[in-house]
Each structure stands twice: as C-alpha cells, then as structure tokens.
Design a protein around this ligand. Structure first.
Ligand code: SF4
Ligand code: SF4
Length: 350
C-alpha cells in the first residue's frame, strides 16, 4: 500500500509563536490556534510520510498525530495524499509586489485645516494611491464631504474611509444616501455619538458605523487588538518584509504637514509648498516602510505577527524604534491579553 503524506492547502499558512502557533487561512479570512507540536510536524517533517513521522517520535504520539491530521482534514485545512502527488501542490509564493509608489493615505482635519483637496487628490493619482482615509475631528456639514466625494469623479481612487464627527446632519438616513450615491465609500464611521451601532452593507462597501468614542485628534490611533487583525494574503505577504501600517503610506496632518503618519512628529514638508513626491523622496521617509514584525521586540515571537497591524508611532520605548507597539496588551510568552484588550470594538471586521 502506498505511503500516506499530508499537505496543508496552499492558502493555509503557518506562523509559529513562542507559546503556540497559528494556521492562517488567507482564503477564508480566518485563523486557528494550534499547538507548537503540530507546527513542528507540519514544517520539520513536511517531507515525510505519516508513518515516518510517527517513527520519528518513537511511536509515543501516534494517537495524537492521527488526531492532529483528522482535525486538519475536518476543518478543511489540509488533505492526505500520496508521494507522487506532492509536487502537484507547491507552496504559495511569499513575494510581495505592488506597482504603486503609495498605496494608502491619511488626511486629518480639524478647525484650522485648510487642505486643498483637488491638489492633494491630483498628487494621489500621480503616486498611484488607491485608498485613503479622511479623519475629521470637528463637526462639518454634509456638503463638505459631498464636495470631496464629487472631486473623486474620474479619479482612480478605489475606496475611501470617512471618520466624521457626529452632528445635526449625520443621521443614518442621510449617511445611507451618501454611501449609496458614492459607492467608493468603504466605511463611514461617525464618532462622538451617544450610542454604538453598526449598519453593515451586504456588499461589504458603504458600512455605516456609529461609535460613542470621542475622537478629537490623532492620538486615538495605534490600538492593537484582535478586532484589527487583517487576515488576507496581501497583508500576510507584505508583513514578511514590510511594515503592516506604514508601508507605502503617506499622511497629511491637520496642519498640512506631510508625514508617515499623523501621530508621528517628523514632518517632511508642508503640502502648501512641498509635493507628496518630494516628501517621499526625502531621506528617511521610507525607512519605516521596511520595519517588519520579525524585527520587532516581542512581536517577533508572536503567532499573530503576520495578521497584526504594526504601530510605530506609539511604541513601548520611544528610544528604540524596534520596540513593541505601546497599545498592545498581548503577551505571546503567556498567550494572554491584558485587561485593557479592547475587544468587542464596534468597528470589528469593518
Ligand atoms: S503608525 Fe500607529 S498611529 Fe500611525 S497610522 Fe499606524 S497605527 Fe495609527
Ligand atoms: S505582540 Fe506584536 S504581533 Fe502580537 S498582537 Fe501585539 S502588536 Fe501584534
């Protein structure tokens, strides 16, 4: 009888942490935590037949190994096969490439902001930026957003996330009209409300979310929790060698300063007299793009590191750019979240 081998589906990617490992299913957008013993079987003994794997452990764990493989099959993480089939199932390439100089951007707005959106959007076009987030900390009339959204006409922007302050006009009916008229709105999040409410759209675009949280400046950003995990192939691949928040990102803060992120202090010029292209070409701008999780203290030992965002603005040791994000309470050495883990966030999955 032919020897039986085992293979994970190519979309099920393994990540080892200190205490436990994770199977990340980038096709279904889910993850499953597994013991490090199973990680070892699936990696170190990948090329061996199941009988040979059992022999490697002197048959002490035959039952456990069978249970592991049955678990993987029943959860559709992998399949049994025979040796000649192995070459039919190559691993997924871990290369990450994108043809755009900038992929995403943040624009912050408060009372003093005087952004020239036409000029900014022209430059986004020029750099290939397809997604941006507008974070507005003060109440604005709906027409403020309508003007901006009209300005997207005939541009190649794919999606916009609007974070806006609650006001007299921000009732659900008006906002749904806005998302219906402008299908490029991905999420429309209204902050500083008196209630939390999620109104998902079946299309995945045009979700309207109300949150009680008062957001008056960029300090709200940088929170790390399971709610903000991004489980998809792009993030997984990008995270191998790049920063999962700041890579190919450009930001314009409330005063028009061009930065990697509005929460960071270093400015590379002001949008009034510096182009975005000039800013990204300045020395140092791209440095943070290449700080990845495998280099970051604590994160490098965490099983979530390839689905987790990475904040470099709020870090545990401001003198060490490789220190852990300050707003993460997860301890991969004990596999526990601290009490301040902000789960059940109303923005979850949006
Ligand atoms: S670096 Fe931190 S604060 Fe800046 S955009 Fe990313 S998560 Fe937010
Ligand atoms: S330890 Fe690092 S990788 Fe793990 S959850 Fe926290 S920030 Fe993310």
């Amino acid at each position: 009888m032919a020897e039986s081998f085992f293979r994970l589906y190519a979309c099920c990617l393994l990540v080892k942490g200190t205490k436990r490992s994770m199977i990340c299913d980038v096709q279904r957008g889910s993850f499953h935590l597994v013991p490090n013993g199973l990680y070892e079987i699936l990696t170190e003994h990948k090329q061996r037949a199941i009988s040979a794997i059992k022999a490697t452990y002197q048959h002490q764990y035959d039952e456990t190994i069978d249970e592991y493989f049955d678990f993987l099959v029943s959860n559709e993480f992998g399949f049994y096969c025979e040796e000649p089939d192995l070459e039919l199932f190559p691993d997924i390439s871990m290369d990450w490439e994108v043809p755009f100089e900038i992929t995403n951007a943040i624009i912050d707005v408060n009372t003093q902001s005087q952004h020239d959106y036409t000029r900014i959007l022209d430059q986004f076009e020029n750099l290939g930026c397809r997604h941006f987030q507008l974070r507005v900390y003060v109440e604005k009339p709906l027409n403020y957003y309508v003007d901006l959204l009209d300005n997207l006409e005939n541009r190649r922007i794919i999606s916009v996330e609007l974070l806006i302050k609650f006001g007299a006009e921000t009732i659900l009916e008006n906002l749904k009209k806005l998302t219906d008229k402008y299908p490029r709105i991905h999420n429309l999040i209204v902050h500083s409300t008196s209630f939390n409410q999620i109104n998902p759209d079946p299309s995945g675009m045009g979700n309207v979310v109300f949150v009680k949280q008062e957001i008056s400046n960029a300090n709200h950003c940088g929170l790390i929790s399971t709610d903000y995990f991004s489980i998809n192939l792009t993030t997984f691949l990008e995270s191998q060698k790049h920063n999962t928040c700041l890579n190919r990102k450009i930001s314009i803060d409330v005063e028009g300063n061009i930065k990697n992120c509005p929460s960071m202090t270093k400015s590379y010029g002001n949008i009034r007299d510096t182009t975005l292209r000039e800013a990204i070409e300045k020395q140092g701008f791209k440095d943070v793009w290449y700080i990845h999780k495998d280099q970051i203290e604590v994160c490098k030992d965490c099983e979530f590191r390839h689905i987790c965002t990475d904040c470099r603005a709020y870090i545990q040791d401001p003198n060490n750019i490789y220190s852990k994000p300050a707003k993460c309470s997860y301890n991969p050495y004990t596999a526990t979240w601290g009490d301040d883990n902000p789960t059940n966030n109303p923005l979850h999955g949006k």
